[in-house]
Design a protein around this ligand. Structure first.
Ligand code: AHG
Ligand code: MN
Ligand code: MN
Ligand code: MN
Length: 333
């Protein structure tokens, strides 16, 4: 099999489709490099003294794990000096991080969830990094939070790395979804899947069922029908998977289909779901749509949502198109 590196893929994409200008290629390669560094730290585990919690909380009120902070630092440091970015924003930082004056300012904005699946770090289950790239508004001088508040449909690039049995980088620039596997000996990203496609139908769903008593009626109805299996209105048996790392759940769906749900529920009217629009929902929605799937908040397409604030949360239903359409339909009835 001919090996296509990440660099070769990005250069050929630009030649054929003119969609990855040089500075976006640099950005992608720098993020890819940072993910290799994070993968290395993750892989050291207890030997690298990277497990366990730090003594801080992030703006979402979550106790930060050491690896949340380490991964955030790695991404910041890797992306500061290249001249490709104007500013960054992260799940782990309350405020945006403009590029320091000593470096030239670029035209892109980078958003990330540096370490997704924090609760799985210490138990050696797959975790990842999620990222999203926007263009800075034309004429922007000093980046502010408002410059980031663009709907997901404006993303020029999105992707994630999974640190699992293999380390993978999965990307879209709006022309399909490609996956690269880290060749650990060579330290290189090698393309291993081209044009990933999510089947429209599935027999697999993912939801944290411990919240069932708080669900709103459309979610209750939908999941209840799945659970009735071949004796119910769906006429087939469904299987369930919940990894509690969004990257790993979404990667399974990109690989073999399925529906992933993290709904809003009755607990807190001010908290529409758990997942973050800008760092989790938007990049994953972009990837899933590029693979032929769908992503909604139960009512509308995630990529159409106009963000009101950086750390905004959102309900998420994504994956196999026919299932996402069905549960969205139940919300709209
Ligand atoms: P993070 O570790 O970045 O804070 O995200 C965790 C998210 C997501 O990865 C996962 O799907 C979800 O939280 C799991 O939530 P529950 O623990 O409620 O199942
Ligand atoms: Mn977190
Ligand atoms: Mn996350
Ligand atoms: Mn995180």
């Amino acid at each position: 099999m001919k090996r296509i590196s990440l660099t070769q893929y990005l250069i050929e994409e630009q030649r054929q489709h003119n969609n990855i200008p040089e500075s976006l290629r640099l950005l992608t390669e720098v993020v890819g490099r940072a993910c290799k560094t994070i993968s290395h730290a993750v892989g050291k585990g207890a030997l690298g003294e990277v497990l366990g919690s730090a003594e801080s909380e992030n703006v979402q009120g979550e106790v930060q794990k050491k690896l949340d902070i380490i991964s955030n630092e790695i991404l910041l440091e890797a992306n500061e000096w290249g001249g490709h970015l104007a500013a960054m924003a992260s799940e782990e930082m309350e405020e945006i991080h403009p590029i320091p004056n000593r470096y030239p300012m670029g035209e892109y904005l980078l958003l990330f969830d540096p370490l997704d699946g924090s609760s799985n770090i210490d138990v050696n289950v797959s975790i990842g990094t999620i990222f999203s790239v926007l263009k800075a508004p034309a004429g922007m001088k000093n980046p502010t939070e408002a410059d980031f508040l663009q709907p997901g449909s404006k993303q020029v690039l999105a992707g994630y790395a999974v640190y699992g049995p293999q380390t993978l980088l999965v990307l879209t620039t709006g022309n399909g979804v490609q996956a690269f596997t880290l060749d650990r000996e060579m330290g290189a990203w090698v393309m291993t899947q081209k044009n990933m496609q999510i089947p429209a139908d599935t027999k697999e769903y993912a939801i944290n069922a411990s919240n069932a008593r708080h669900w709103f009626p459309p979610v209750k109805r939908y999941v209840d029908e799945l659970q009735q299996g071949s004796t119910g209105p769906r006429d087939k048996d469904f299987n369930m998977r919940w990894i509690a790392s969004m990257v790993a759940d979404v990667h399974r769906i990109l690989t073999r289909g399925g529906i992933f749900m993290y709904p809003a529920d009755a607990r807190d009217p001010d908290k529409p779901g758990k997942l973050r629009l800008m760092y989790e929902a938007n990049p994953m929605a972009f990837l899933v749509e590029q693979a032929g799937g769908a992503a909604t908040d139960g009512k509308q397409r995630i990529l159409d949502i106009q963000p009101q604030k950086l750390h905004q949360r959102v309900a998420v239903f994504l994956g196999s198109k026919n299932e996402v359409e069905r549960v969205t339909g139940y919300h709209l009835q």
